[in-house]
Design a protein around this ligand. Structure first.
Ligand SMILES: Cc1cc2nc3c(=O)[nH]c(=O)nc-3n(C[C@H](O)[C@H](O)[C@H](O)COP(=O)(O)O)c2cc1C
Length: 354
């Protein structure tokens, strides 16, 4: 079963050979988190890596590579930034800038449910009009030879699968290389559970690659989604942010060679081992936030990360209040030292509410 996870992959022509990748998340999938997670990537494993959502109306006037959202590590390969937009000129200029920055693909957001995106008629609003959405994909595919993907919510479909199918086929005809489906409605935002049966139905209905997303908290969930939906790649957001070593656990299971710094020990599996590993990741994350974002922004990003991910920890609320009370990164580091001196328990599952 495990080898099947790797071989039945329509994404292999793109060099993708690992079962899980990180989901784009505003405020989280910046360089610091990506570098922490990448540290657990097996040596020859390859998946695309997201940025935070980037607004194509702003990108043309920004110094890409020098903003908090577009900082990147030198060692970061296969970056596939996510753009939001619906205007030809802005998309063209954004794509050109991102190509120069080193993008190896472009992802288009058709899932953002915030009011502003709805007002501007992009994000999930694009899902209300198949032809219009297909036109947006065309704007991107005409601007580049890189793969263009689309990340969408099963929204605006009112559970109407034939609408979703027709919508996705339109995106494919406009040149989308693959589609990622997060099967929650716009109204659900991030609450409720993702309906994996829609991923399975879509996978079975088309012959191009489908990425499945929603509610992946553990390595076991990756296997479960693969098995239950047949999707070509699993995408994890909050779960992988909280448990970056999921990549190590999977790499170990699948027989990948791990990088030198992980060779001398085994992937954490117990609640205590995972609690300790969370601490190691957090210290690394704090240092990287300080390095890339400086004191004020760095501290805000650390607090946000803790707020999103500490829910898996038994005493996550304590960690949360430590981070809000600390006035500086230095003060926070001292408190974290004390907190992680006691063994911490990390649960496999939590209610995903953020
Ligand atoms: C804090 C946060 C920010 C998000 N920002 C984006 C975004 O910018 N673009 C996007 O396509 N999805 C965004 N999402 C949705 C995630 O990519 C993902 O679809 C969702 O969290 C479900 O996956 P998960 O259950 O593995 O977290 C965001 C989710 C969270 C929690």
């Amino acid at each position: 079963m495990l080898s099947k996870l790797l071989t039945s992959n329509r994404l292999e022509p793109y060099g993708i050979n690992f079962p899980v990748c990180l989901a784009p998340m505003v405020g989280l999938t910046h360089v610091a988190l990506r570098l922490v997670i990448r540290d657990y990537m097996p040596l020859n494993a390859r998946v695309p890596w997201p940025t935070e959502m980037l607004n194509s109306r702003r990108l043309p006037n920004e110094k890409v590579g020098f903003t908090a959202e577009t900082f990147r590590g030198e060692q970061e390969t296969f970056l596939m930034p996510q753009i939001l937009g619906n205007e030809e000129k802005a998309i063209y200029e954004s794509v050109k800038k991102l190509e120069a920055w080193g993008a190896q693909g472009i992802d288009i957001n058709m899932g953002c449910p915030v009011q502003k995106a709805l007002r501007h008629n992009y994000g999930v609003a694009l899902m209300g009009d198949s032809q219009y959405a297909a036109g947006v994909v065309k704007m991107a595919t005409q601007s580049t030879t890189l793969p263009v993907s689309v990340k969408l919510r099963a929204a605006g479909t009112n559970g109407d699968f034939s609408y979703l199918l027709n919508f996705v086929q339109g995106l494919r005809q406009s040149g989308a290389s693959w589609i990622c489906l997060h099967p929650r409605t716009a109204e659900q935002k991030r609450r409720g559970s993702a309906d994996w049966s829609q991923i399975k139905a879509l996978r079975e209905a088309v012959d191009f690659p489908i990425i499945g997303n929603g509610d992946i908290q553990t390595a076991q969930d990756v296997y479960n989604m693969k098995e239950q939906t047949g999707c070509d790649l699993v995408m994890s957001g909050r779960g992988l942010a909280a448990r970056p070593w999921m990549l190590w656990q999977l790499g170990e299971d699948l027989g990948f060679e791990m990088p030198e710094h992980l060779k001398h020990r085994e992937a954490p599996r117990t609640q205590e081992e995972e609690g300790a590993e969370y601490g190691r990741c957090l210290f690394k994350f704090v240092d990287l936030c300080e390095k890339y974002f400086g004191e004020d922004l760095g501290l805000r990003k650390i607090r946000y990360y803790i707020r999103t991910t500490a829910v898996w920890l038994q005493f996550g609320h304590t960690l949360g209040s430590i981070s809000t009370k600390s006035k500086t990164i230095e003060e926070l580091k001292i408190s974290l030292e004390v907190f992680f001196r006691s063994p911490q328990i990390m649960f496999e599952y939590t209610e995903l509410r953020q």
